[in-house]
Write a protein that binds this ligand. Structure first.
Ligand SMILES: [Fe+2]
Length: 389
């Protein structure tokens, strides 16, 4: 039987008295039947676009500047070495401040990747990591998506009026000002916002120690084929899919673009975009909620086992056949072969999950004038391959 979800509190119920949410009776008009479809989302998208204009947010937030991946301290260098070995990213610099050890990785025309570990115990993301298959790495997750803003104080003032909660006040340094939200209850990840004052991409605070790492990027030719961060996919619970996308739209200038349903795997791949050239934000959820490990499909099973989190980082890859072979020869294991074709416009594959970050690498090549972002057949095959996780 179909379940019911409250559009206000997002609780899902088996049934309801008079079509009303028991928790939010005064907002009963927002109570709707729960099995994900795009109806509610498509109705909300234009409203949020208008809302962003009305409150002065339009144009304030630009593209993705970096992602922050936190690791266990003993895994940090291993995570850095692994990304240098398996992607086109290069070693930038390392520094420590009072709270973190940080290594910055860079690639041309791409958001940066910051690999961090905490020097102190307190971790606001900790509770999201305590899941059956993730709790052995209780501090490991992609914690923040950091977007560039043109006027951070104005942005924060507007969002505080909307009751957005931040982890700190604005951190002002000579080089940048930065703030990040509390972890989203829907995705367990925070949204960060940075305004650069001088050297864009130089992330150290005013007080820090540089330290050198004995880390070299392997000189494999095929690594030069692997380019920028194309998209990430965050896995969310079915019941939180609409809320997660709408929250993201309210915090940035991204728009929900389209969704691909894979009904027999209980999975939806939802794409939000800023422009055709920018990093894309993908949310993957179940169509219906988790029931048990046999019936729920790989997407809901993943959020059950690992918590809501970023499942993969996708890297744009040229000469993808050679690159795939090269990665395999140098020890990389994959969840699936290279799938898709030039005819269909797209080839992709998934690596196995990193033991240091819990993130899968996707390698993706779009051919010629292919203007679809994904193809349904590839999405289906890739989703099925994650049953192995
Ligand atoms: Fe993907």
């Amino acid at each position: 039987m179909a379940k019911l979800i409250c559009g206000n509190c997002h609780k899902v119920y088996e049934s309801s008295k008079d079509g009303k949410c028991p928790k939010c009776e005064d907002k009963s008009n927002q109570f709707y039947e729960f099995s994900n479809s795009d109806d509610y989302l498509q109705e909300q998208v234009p409203k949020i676009k208008q809302f962003r204009k009305d409150i002065g947010l339009q144009g304030l937030v630009k593209g993705l500047n970096c992602v922050i991946i936190n690791t266990e301290p003993e895994q940090q260098d291993l995570a850095v070495k692994e990304l240098l070995k398996n992607t086109g990213f290069n070693y930038g610099h390392s520094f420590q401040d009072s709270n973190f050890n940080t290594t910055v990785l860079k690639a041309s025309n791409s958001a940066d990747i910051l690999i961090k570990s905490r020097k102190k115990e307190k971790n606001p993301f900790h509770s999201y990591n305590i899941r059956p298959k993730a709790k052995k790495l209780p501090n490991t997750r992609l914690e923040s998506f950091v977007f560039e803003v043109s006027n951070l104080s104005k942005y924060v003032e507007i969002q505080k009026e909307q009751d957005v909660k931040f982890l700190t006040n604005i951190v002002d340094t000579d080089n940048f000002s930065f703030i990040q939200t509390e972890p989203s209850k829907y995705i367990g990840t925070s949204y960060g916002f940075i305004q650069w004052h001088k050297n864009k991409g130089d992330y150290h605070p005013d007080e820090f120690n540089s330290f050198s790492r004995d880390i070299k990027k392997p000189d494999f030719d095929y690594l030069r084929n692997i380019k920028e961060l194309d998209h990430t996919a965050t896995r969310v619970k079915a019941q939180d899919r609409d809320a997660a996308i709408l929250e993201f739209m309210k915090l940035t200038n991204y728009d929900f673009n389209f969704a691909i349903y894979v009904k027999n795997l209980n999975s939806i791949t939802n794409v939000a975009r800023l422009s055709a050239k920018d990093f894309a934000m993908v949310f993957t959820s179940g169509i219906t909620n988790y029931k048990n490990s046999k019936e729920s499909g790989p997407t809901e099973r993943f959020t059950y086992n690992y918590g809501t989190r970023v499942h993969h980082m996708a890297f744009h890859t040229n000469k993808i056949e050679d690159t795939f072979e090269g990665l395999k020869e140098n020890g990389m294991d994959f969840l699936i072969q290279l799938i898709g074709s030039e005819n269909e416009g797209l080839k992709q594959t998934f690596s196995v999950q990193s033991p240091h970050t819990l993130i899968v690498n996707e390698y993706i090549h779009r051919y010629g004038d292919f203007d679809g972002f994904f193809t349904k057949s590839n999405v289906t095959d890739l989703t099925r391959s994650t049953e192995k996780q």
